[in-house]
Write a protein that binds this ligand. Structure first.
Ligand code: 6GU
Length: 261
């Protein structure tokens, strides 16, 4: 898969991409990230890329000409264009999976206080945000998008790991994990994990995932299609630890409350 990234901060991409699992993916030819400096497409001796907003207001905007010139130079026929902006639709697991099936996608990183709106009107990009907070630019968001999509490219995680087993792969948060030593600062590894009884371990992990998802992400829990086994595991846990169940129920209720500030 190929990403074209249009940015005013081209130097920030290589350090992360090369240091991570994605560096190996790029060496193996599974992933390519073509980082393009928008400034290289600006006119004039100073290659100015920003200007004041008409009508006044805070900060600087990205001028439309260099961005359009960069888009025209880089974009391949049929290539999807994503604009990274906090005004966009929220990026999620389903979008990452779908993205990984595209051969080539262009990511346009907005900087400053944003982009002259005519770029949006002319190129009709898909506008994407990585969460409800504001970053100083789209670069970190673009790295999030590249990283999350790359995990779904065949071969990137190796044979052992499967993105399906991770959090969100099945709509559940992952169960807690432990490695050596068996005891650390007075805390023991749950005995069930030490027995090598695979069926018991599977059931324990399933229950932990269900409990964690129910208490922490009631929005995800509500969407689950619980199996007979899930219901039985939860019922047994709730009967055994009514105090925990009450705490879970409280967390559920809190999460459902409308935020009043
Ligand atoms: Cl895509 N860009 C910026 N600047 N801030 C963000 C974002 C994107 N997603 C969340 N916050």
């Amino acid at each position: 898969m190929i990403f074209d990234v249009l940015t005013l901060l081209p130097e920030v991409f290589a350090p992360y991409l090369q240091a991570s699992v994605l560096g190996r993916a790029m060496e193996a030819g599974l992933l390519a990230v073509n980082v393009v400096n928008i400034r290289d497409h600006a006119e004039g001796r100073h290659r100015v890329c920003d200007d004041y907003p008409y009508g006044g207001g805070q900060g600087m905007l990205m001028k439309p000409e260099p961005v359009a010139a960069a888009l025209d130079a880089v974009r391949q026929p049929g290539e999807a264009v994503w604009l990274l902006t906090p005004q966009g639709e929220r990026f999620d697991d389903a979008m990452a999976r779908a993205l990984a099936r595209e051969p080539r996608v262009l990511l346009l990183c907005a900087r400053y206080e944003g982009l002259d709106d005519r770029v949006r009107q002319l190129y009709a990009p898909r506008e994407v945000s990585v969460g409800d907070y504001v970053l100083t630019g789209g670069e970190l968001a673009a790295l999030c998008v590249i990283d999350a999509a790359a995990r779904f490219l065949p071969g990137v995680l190796g044979n052992e790991a499967s993105p399906e087993r991770d959090t969100f792969g099945d709509g559940l948060l992952e169960a807690p994990q432990y490695t050596r030593p068996r005891e650390f600062r007075g805390l023991a590894v749950p005995p069930v994990l030490l027995d090598g009884h695979h069926e018991e371990i599977r059931r324990w992990r399933r229950l932990q995932s269900l409990l964690l998802t129910r208490s922490r992400r009631p929005d995800l829990f509500a969407k689950l299609a619980l199996t007979e086994e899930d219901r039985a595991l939860l019922a047994a846990a709730d009967a055994q630890a009514p105090a925990d169940a009450e705490a879970d129920a409280e967390a559920d209720a809190d999460a459902d409350k409308p935020k009043s500030e």
